[in-house]
Each structure stands twice: as C-alpha cells, then as structure tokens.
Design a protein around this ligand. Structure first.
Ligand code: 3PG
Length: 204
C-alpha cells in the first residue's frame, strides 16, 4: 500500500478514463506515458470498459485500476481483468469489506465525516474525496479531515489544470483524480499530442 501511495504522490494526477473503444486504449495510454503518467483509472461506465481495462492491464508499462466500482461483481470482474487498484464513488460497508479482502489498494468515495469514520473503522487508509469542487474544494478537505489525521485523500470531481495544485498543497492529499487530460473528444479525435501536453502539465 505504501508503495502505491508513494507512486501516487510522485505522479500527482491520476487520469480518470472513460473509454468505450478498446482499440484506442494503448495509443491513449502511450500518450499519457509520454507525459509521465503510468497509473491510470478506467471507469466502469461504458459497454466495453472491462475490455479497455484488460487491454491496458496486460501492458506492463501501465498500472491500471478500476473506477466507478459499485458492486461486488464489478470487484471480481475488475480483478479478473487485471486491475491493480479499485475506486468507488461512495462508501458502502459490504463493498468496502469485499474490496479490502482483495488485498488491492481500495479508494472508496467520501463526502462527509461519517463516511470517513466508517472507512477508518473498516481499515481504509486512503479515500477519494468526491465530488471535490462541489463540496468546497481544498477548504472543505481541510475542515472535514481535521479530526482524522491518519486518513489520506485523493480528491476528484471537476478538478482542472488550474486548481489541482491547490489540492496538492494540502499535507494529506496524495494526488488528485481528473479527466482533464483524457477528455472523450481528445481520445476520439486521436489527439495524442494534446493528451501528452496536458499530462506533462503536472508539477515535478
Ligand atoms: C469521477 O467521475 O471520478 C470524477 O468526476 C473525475 O472526473 P472529472 O475530472 O471529469 O470530474
């Protein structure tokens, strides 16, 4: 887990990828890699998302996780497809327990202190703060996280190149998640140059 967290800290931004065409997965990921990004989150929101996940997970250059994991069945399917970490938009005790049993890093979504409390007591170390901007951005994390000094955060939800560093400035934020560098239209257009450029924007 610590190794995974260290890698997140180093990468700073995890691209949240929603893609239906598996043929575009590798060229898109290579464009991200050219910008220094190898940890990828593939959301389970499209018909072929498992195939996209499988395609990327089969390539050792990338560390690929499943996002929008909403059911135990999706946990099983994601692992079968090669996922190396799991992300959910919210917190549901049976799902949290099942995810932790896999031994993979698991980031459940939280938006309240009660959800942090639930996760803390189930053994979760790192949570997705979602939807970050809507909840008040970095100031909301500062306030909500104060009673939970051990919990680490990956804020996600309408974070952009303009404000991600405000989140990273918080001591308990290890990275942010965002789709800003993998907008569906960029991928559909095969605009790999722009994706590489956006991926390279992160501070080093
Ligand atoms: C998510 O669905 O996990 C987040 O909304 C990330 O996507 P966004 O950067 O488009 O908000």
């Amino acid at each position: 887990m610590q190794n995974f967290i260290d890698r997140l800290v180093n990468q700073q931004v995890v691209p949240v990828i929603t893609l239906d065409n598996p043929d575009l997965a590798i060229p898109m990921a290579e464009a991200l890699l050219a910008g220094g990004i190898s940890i990828l989150e593939v959301t389970l929101r499209t018909k072929n998302s498992m195939k996209v996940l499988q395609t990327l997970a089969a390539d050792s250059r990338f560390t690929v996780g499943a996002g929008s994991v909403n059911t135990e069945l999706q946990i099983d399917q994601s692992i079968a497809a090669g996922a190396k970490f799991l992300v959910s938009p919210g917190s549901y005790a049976p799902l949290i327990k099942a995810a932790l049993q896999t031994g993979l890093p698991y980031l459940p979504g939280i938006s309240t202190p009660s959800e942090i409390l639930l996760n803390l007591n189930l053994g979760v170390e790192i949570v997705k703060f979602f939807p970050a901007k809507l909840l008040g951005g970095p100031n909301a994390i500062k306030t909500i996280s104060a009673p939970f000094p051990s919990i680490k955060f990956v804020p996600t939800g309408n974070i952009t190149a303009d404000d991600y560093s405000d989140y990273l400035a918080l001591h308990n934020v290890v990275a942010v998640g965002s789709s800003w560098m993998v907008k569906p239209e960029l991928i559909a257009d095969g605009d790999w140059t722009t994706i590489t450029k956006l991926a390279s924007l992160k501070e080093n």
